[in-house]
Design a protein around this ligand. Structure first.
Ligand code: NCD
Length: 360
């Protein structure tokens, strides 16, 4: 594939100019009629949108509890077809998007690797995506390259047949729908204690290459008086672009490598694994960094309301005995992902009103 890419590398007119603009100036390009059309970066979500998605996800979740409710949901988008283009490993994001589509009645097709697509014949990923747009109404992509979803959405938007692109993870860069479900989970976990406003959150592990913590950090600007603690070994500290963003938006944060010292003072702990697939030698880092693991003995050190999240997959970062503790929110977090992704797809197609009407 590489050999073709090198020989045939061509650039789209206007792309270089677009990519170099600040994100704030690019948001409009992914909107249609004043609404989000493509979901590319977490910076696209404001508080109003996040609250609306949370409410809609709650309603979809309640409707899905009954046969009648499920049938109503399935009749919302049976005329739409989605494509899951997942060329980087995924279990949760793939399944939760697939099931979110099923909940709303969409038909789903999938490609789970480039080896069976025409990319083997030298087709560019942008042409491949454009081909999907000839057949389906929605493209959900996961790709190892940073900026992949952004580029394909931009390319499609230049054509006469654009379809929405949802970024299901773009390399070590962003994972906006994970951030959406993380917010939904935090808001639900804190429902009886005033929601996410005013809370202190520790993000732990590989903050340098973990796209989930990057996207989630961006969303903190939408909440009042939140504070972040970045807990990471020196080699995996959060990158400067995110720290600059927090400073710009006056979101207090500090960094430490002393996990135990922050345990008693935080309202949520967001654990992550070492992202060694991005290392030159992917086997080298897999089992190390025990100081950044949450162990059974830590449970008496954290607050009684502290929510423990993890985007999963987990390796050793969280002792499996913690799963039984009511503060372990990561399995609930997975299901939150399915509901909020269903809410997002319903919003993209403007059918949320039909859901609200069920509750009026
Ligand atoms: C995360 C990802 O792929 O970025 N997983 C997920 O989408 N739930 C986190 C990870 O792989 O560590």
């Amino acid at each position: 594939m590489e050999k073709y890419a090198e020989q045939t590398k061509q650039e789209f007119e206007g792309w270089e100019e677009f990519i170099n603009r600040p994100v704030d100036e690019k948001l409009e390009a992914f909107k249609q009629n004043g609404r989000i059309f493509d979901v590319i970066y977490a910076q696209q979500f404001d508080r109003e949108f996040l609250d609306a998605m949370g409410n809609l996800a709650d309603m979809i979740r309640l409707l899905a509890k009954t046969k009648v409710g499920q049938s109503k949901l399935r009749h919302l988008l049976p005329h739409k077809r989605a494509m899951l283009y997942f060329v980087q490993p995924s279990t949760r994001t793939f399944l939760s998007f697939q099931n979110a589509c099923h909940i709303l009645g969409l038909t789903v097709s999938e490609i789970r690797g480039t080896s069976t697509s025409s990319e083997v014949k030298g087709e560019s990923p942008e042409d491949t995506i454009r081909t999907f747009a000839s057949y389906v109404d929605l493209i959900i992509s996961r790709h190892p390259e940073a900026g992949f979803a952004e580029k394909t959405a931009w390319v499609l938007n230049q054509t006469d047949h654009p379809v929405p692109v949802l970024n299901g993870g773009s390399g070590p860069d962003q994972h906006p729908t994970q951030a959406l479900l993380d917010i939904y989970t935090l808001e639900r976990e804190f429902r009886t204690i005033g929601g996410l406003d005013g809370k202190k959150i520790a993000m732990v592990g590989d903050l340098k290459r973990g796209r989930t913590v990057r996207s989630l950090s961006y969303l903190m600007k939408n909440y009042q008086d939140v504070e972040l603690v970045y807990v990471a070994p020196d080699v995996f500290r959060m990158k400067d672009d995110i720290k600059e963003f927090l400073n710009k938006h006056q979101i207090p944060f500090h960094e430490t490598d002393d996990f135990e010292s922050v345990m008693p003072e935080v309202d949520a702990i967001y654990m992550t694994r070492i992202q060694n697939e991005y290392s030159e030698d992917p086997t080298s880092e897999a089992e190390t960094y025990p100081d950044f693991h949450l162990r059974q003995e830590h449970m008496s050190m954290i607050q009684t309301h502290c929510a423990i999240l993890h985007p999963l997959p987990r390796r050793y970062e969280i002792d499996i005995r913690i799963d039984k503790d009511p503060r372990a929110a990561y399995w609930r977090q997975e299901r939150c992902g399915m509901w909020i992704r269903a809410a997002l797809i319903a919003y993209i197609y403007g059918v949320e009103q039909a859901v609200y009407e069920e509750f009026s």
